[in-house]
Design a protein around this ligand. Structure first.
Ligand SMILES: Nc1ncnc2c1ncn2[C@@H]1O[C@H](COP(=O)(O)OP(=O)(O)OP(=O)(O)O)[C@@H](O)[C@H]1O
Ligand SMILES: [Mg+2]
Length: 247
């Protein structure tokens, strides 16, 4: 099983869009699970899954999936999701009372992922205690970053944090450029420069209306418009991610 965490300190940068589309592409190759870890429940919504979770999503995160499991099927073949709900907003205060909270979360993710070939973790923005725990289950940490100075700085802050954590420093972190608007000179120049110079930046997703509209259509873009520019960019990104997983 390969576990990919999509994570960034910054919000609204394209984590959920990437998690949903890359998971749908992975599902063409093997059994795939997307774990929605954000109280906003955006991935849950984008995949048109209801969020009625017995006991609430935070109890799943803390206690594990329980007898019947926590995963729900989606309309995409081979793709299941562990939905999120608003109870996840409490996860960090709840974890404060747990012994070895990060280890607890790592174990939850591992048990959720049993039987799957690929597991995607759609993290909430930030770098809270719960996210640190979740990242421990990852084989690869994937960070969307917009081609501009402050987003790049935020990504480097995350990299420095990971490098300083004994249990995370051996997990590779790679980034992709997100919402790249080539009509903007600054985006174009910085994107070209970064793709050339940094081997930890492994792809680029253009700013595209079809990506923006995906949550309205409530199915992965790569399933409904596989030939669109956005979907083709996700397919290329998935190839680059797969190469990192096997390399
Ligand atoms: N490549 C893109 N082109 C156009 N719009 C995009 C693109 N990627 C994401 N968006 C839009 O930007 C918004 C934020 O995207 P998304 O939800 O994927 O980000 P996020 O990092 O998961 O956000 P959050 O931090 O709130 O979880 C959404 O409205 C989404 O549709
Ligand atoms: Mg999100």
């Amino acid at each position: 099983m390969s576990c990919i965490a999509v994570c960034s300190i910054k919000g609204g940068v394209g984590k959920t869009s990437a998690a949903v589309n890359l998971a749908a592409l992975a599902a063409q190759e093997g059994r795939t699970l997307l774990v929605d870890l954000d109280p906003q429940g955006s991935a849950t919504y984008a995949l048109a899954v209801g969020e009625r979770i017995p006991g609430g999503a935070s109890s799943v995160a803390l206690e594990g999936p329980g007898g019947d499991g926590a995963a729900v099927r989606t309309a995409t073949e081979n793709l299941d999701v562990v939905p999120a709900d608003f109870s996840l907003r409490r996860i960090d205060t709840e974890l404060a009372d747990v012994r070895r909270p990060r280890r607890r979360l790592r174990r939850t993710i591992e048990s959720l992922g049993e039987g799957y070939d690929y597991v995607f973790l759609d993290c909430a923005p930030g770098i809270a205690l719960s996210i640190e725990g979740v990242l421990r289950a990852a084989d690869l940490i994937l960070v969307p970053v917009e081609p501009a100075a402050l987003p790049m700085r935020s990504m480097d802050q995350l990299g420095a944090y990971l490098a300083g954590d004994r249990r995370l420093q051996s997990t590779p972190m790679v980034a992709f450029l997100s919402k790249v608007d080539r009509r903007r000179g600054s985006h174009r120049r910085l994107a070209d420069e970064l793709l050339l110079e940094r081997d930890d930046i492994i792809g680029a997703i253009p700013y595209a209306v079809e990506v923006e509209e995906m949550p309205m259509r409530r199915e992965p873009l790569v399933a409904i418009s596989p030939r669109s520019r956005g979907a083709r960019a996700y397919a290329e990104l998935w190839e680059a991610v797969s190469a990192r997983l096997s390399g």
